[in-house]
Design a protein. Structure first.
Length: 143
């Protein structure tokens, strides 16, 4: 049995994909088809602050001819900067989750979900390598 990935969240071998959290599930690798990634929507705070920053940018852009004092420029910068900083901080604190999905015995299943891009990428690549190993094994068996 060849090991492709092991962590507290998942175990991937040439035979099985085991998800350990939030509850244990086991899938036979050779029965997983149509692997694809679904990105979850952004956090509401991020979306709202991006909209606020865009609105502030439009307002400041339309007000440019009447901005003449240093105080007015400071207000304009704060009006744009504050929601921009909030959205940037929120995107860093709560990144967008990604979900690895597949078809398993003709049912669409969620295999793995994470908001850690590094871990998600490792799991995705390991599962792809495990699937490729199954496909190569089948090809050798049919020769």
């Amino acid at each position: 049995m060849r090991l492709y990935y092991r962590s507290p969240e998942a175990l991937i071998t040439d035979e099985a994909f085991e998800v350990l959290v939030p509850y244990p599930q086991r899938f036979r690798v050779k029965d997983l088809t149509r692997l694809h990634v679904v990105r979850h929507p952004r956090d509401r705070t991020v979306t709202a602050s991006i909209h606020a920053a865009t609105g502030a940018l439009v307002i400041v852009g339309l007000s440019l001819p009447s901005i003449h004092s240093a105080e007015a420029w400071l207000i304009a910068v704060l009006l744009i900067g504050t929601p921009s900083l909030v959205s940037g901080a929120c995107m860093h604190i709560r990144p967008r989750a990604q979900e690895l999905r597949a078809s398993y015995h003709n049912h669409d299943v969620s295999l793995f979900t994470s908001d850690d891009a590094r871990v998600f990428g490792q799991v995705q690549r390991a599962l792809i390598r495990a699937r490729e190993g199954c496909d190569q094994g089948r090809g050798a068996a049919h020769r």
